[in-house]
Write a protein that binds this ligand. Structure first.
Ligand code: MEV
Length: 426
């Protein structure tokens, strides 16, 4: 049986048998447990319950020659199936190639309505050693781990804003608390030097220091679909990307298809999806016009796809240490190093984009999407157990599909079964 045809328990057994899940992660996932009540109660204000989402695995994703099982959390039925299809295809042609860098997170300390601004900018520049010392004492543990404040930059913005930017090497952490603590400590001292309070002191989610680029190369022959040649499919994928470069309505949706996969992995690794999304969209708008994040081109008989994302991901800190599943997912994904997480997130982004574009420029998106949506509809209609797959298939045969039709099919099924039992008894 194929992995997707197994029961949830059988899938976990398979992952344990292959050595991808250790006993602890296996048991945690098998129990399907929410976050321990006490942890959840202390994570947020006014906690009333927990909101769960399904998690699946994108299997055997070949990145720089290593094969990964990548956890992905999503409520959208087609995302994991689509990423898996692309991962399987790309694996046959050498896999994904990734380069990832990690340069640190920027913190900003901003003063407004600054008079005699040139002099004050110079003054801040003379304080570099003191700023370095304040940063060190604001967050000493990062120095022990080999990180800390790396660069300082003073800039005049507009007429009278003065900005001090600090680049902090956060090591394996995303580092939001670290950078914010350092910024607030430095802001306090700077306000004394400048004789005015800061307007704000906070990290920036514009994370150009952590760019991650993934590339894939497929022979066009691998893209053949029905009566469409691989060459035609590849040309149409390139054309769809060119259109997205010219049209913002399409660019946003093109990027949404990338985020489907990328953000699902960010979520699985217990990171801040809002921070990553904000950073990615600011990167897409860098040129002044919001652009598609991936590029697709035809070189001779190969289709080449490339995606660059800013990914300031953390492997420690934040909620990661307290949400047990985030740790188990790191174990499953062999991703305790943020560079590996960055590589996986970008890769699943590109894999999702390939699946979406390939479907869009051939048979359209609804065929694959709807079949998976029918499962959710079947559950909504009241199907349970084996009825779910039955109703999903029955709905696929219908010219029109909606909840009323799903309910009606279920009622008819149960009537037919009852009368069969009755006939049998008589
Ligand atoms: C749907 O979740 C994502 C797509 O709309 C992406 C795209 O259009 O490229 C299919």
């Amino acid at each position: 049986m194929k992995f997707y045809q197994l029961s949830r328990e059988q899938r976990l057994d398979a992952l344990k048998a292959s050595g991808d899940l250790d006993t602890q992660s296996y048991e945690l996932m098998l129990k399907n447990q929410p976050i321990p009540a006490e942890i959840a109660a202390n994570m947020v204000e006014n906690q009333i319950t927990q909101y769960a989402l399904p998690e699946g695995v994108v299997q055997d994703v070949l990145i720089n020659g290593t094969c990964y099982q990548i956890p992905l959390v999503t409520e959208e039925p087609s995302v994991i199936a689509a990423a898996n299809n692309s991962a399987k295809l790309v694996r046959q042609w050498g896999g994904f190639q990734v380069t990832a860098k990690r340069g640190g997170l920027i913190g900003q300390i901003v003063f407004d309505h600054v008079s005699d601004i040139e002099t004050k900018a110079q003054l801040l520049k003379t304080k570099a050693d003191e700023i370095q010392a304040i940063a060190a004492s604001a967050y000493p543990s990062i120095l022990k781990r080999g990180g800390g404040l790396r660069q300082q930059k003073v800039t005049i913005v507009g007429q009278d804003f003065l900005k001090l930017e600090l680049l902090v090497d956060t090591k394996a952490a995303m580092g939001a608390n670290m950078v914010n603590s350092i910024c607030e400590a430095v802001a306090q001292a700077a306000s004394q030097w400048l004789q005015q309070p800061p307007l704000l002191a906070i990290l920036s989610n514009h994370a150009l220091e952590d760019l991650t680029t993934v590339t894939l190369k497929l022979p066009v022959t691998a893209l053949t679909r029905g009566h469409l040649s691989g060459q035609t499919v590849a040309q149409r994928i390139v054309a769809a990307t060119e259109f997205a470069q010219l049209d913002i309505n399409r660019a946003v949706t093109h990027n949404k298809g990338i985020m489907n996969g990328a953000i699902g992995v960010v979520q699985g690794y217990g990171n801040d999806t809002r921070a990553i999304s904000a950073g990615i969209h600011s990167y897409a708008a860098q040129s002044g016009q919001y652009q598609p994040l991936s590029q697709w081109r035809l070189v001779d008989t190969d289709l080449i796809g490339q995606l660059t994302l800013p990914l300031p991901i953390g492997a420690v800190g934040g909620s990661i240490g307290i949400v047990p599943l985030a740790k188990a997912n790191q174990q499953l994904g062999q991703a305790t190093d943020p560079l590996i997480m960055q590589a996986q997130i970008a890769t699943i982004g590109l894999a999702s984009n390939l699946a979406a574009l390939r479907a869009l420029v051939t048979e359209g998106i609804q065929k694959g999407h709807m079949h998976l949506q029918y499962k959710a509809l079947a559950i909504q209609a009241g199907a349970t157990g084996s009825e779910i797959d039955w109703l999903q298939n029955a709905l696929s045969q219908q010219p029109i599909v909606n909840l009323a039709i799903a309910r009606q099919l279920l009622v008819e099924k149960s009537k037919t079964e009852k009368s069969a039992t009755h006939d049998h008894r008589n």
